[in-house]
Design a protein around this ligand. Structure first.
Ligand code: IMP
Length: 182
């Protein structure tokens, strides 16, 4: 195993780059098997910016024809619901297509619930979700997640796309941020 110098702001590594690489291969195979004989076009939609490393690694292991697209949303919690504002919408129509949303982490599930609804209202044939990480203890909405890389405890994690104040997205592993760094 290659030794990675641990960032000074990381308390512990939860998922190593080797584990991520291996899981991307497994998920890529599962996803390919599911979409292989579908009639409709598959479009893999990454939610910016956190999904970028996972999306890039995952699609290399999907061996069916696909389009890629990106969406950027910001979510804030209102009085009775979570409002999702679209900062960047997908470029191409998704009507009649198989949509696979790629996310970095699912915590409460509120953001994804809204995003799934958006794709359904745009006329997607089906909408599935792949997330690198899931924090089951944080879940408020019982959303169905089709592909989960790893389940992690209810701690603030950084790296491999995940940020704290826009930093640490470039770390090749997922780690817990030190309290002093927050
Ligand atoms: P949800 O709507 O609560 O599921 O929010 C998911 C979003 O919150 C993710 O896309 C991340 O942007 C952010 N998030 C949740 N937990 C973490 C974390 O531990 N580290 C970094 N971002 C997180």
């Amino acid at each position: 195993m290659e030794t990675v110098a641990i960032h000074k702001d990381v308390a512990e590594i939860l998922v190593s780059s080797e584990q991520i690489e291996e899981r991307c291969k497994q998920l890529g195979k599962e996803i390919s098997d599911y979409y292989r004989n579908k009639d409709a076009q598959l479009v893999v939609v990454g939610l910016l910016k956190g999904s970028v490393p996972f999306m890039a690694d995952l699609i290399k292991h999907i061996d069916v024809d696909l389009e890629i697209d990106f969406m950027d949303v910001s979510s804030y919690v209102g009085t009775d619901s979570t409002e999702v504002k679209i900062l960047k919408d997908v470029e191409n129509p998704v009507t009649g297509k198989e949509v696979l949303i790629v996310e970095d982490i699912v915590d409460t599930g509120k953001t994804l619930q809204e995003v799934v609804g958006l794709f359904q209202s745009k006329g997607a044939k089906d909408v599935r979700i792949a997330t690198l990480l899931s924090k089951p203890e944080g879940r408020i909405i019982d959303i169905k997640i089709d592909y989960i890389g790893f389940s992690v405890p209810n701690k603030f994690v950084i790296g491999y796309g995940l940020d704290y104040n826009q930093k640490y997205r470039n770390l090749p592993y997922v780690g817990v941020i030190k309290k002093e760094a927050i």
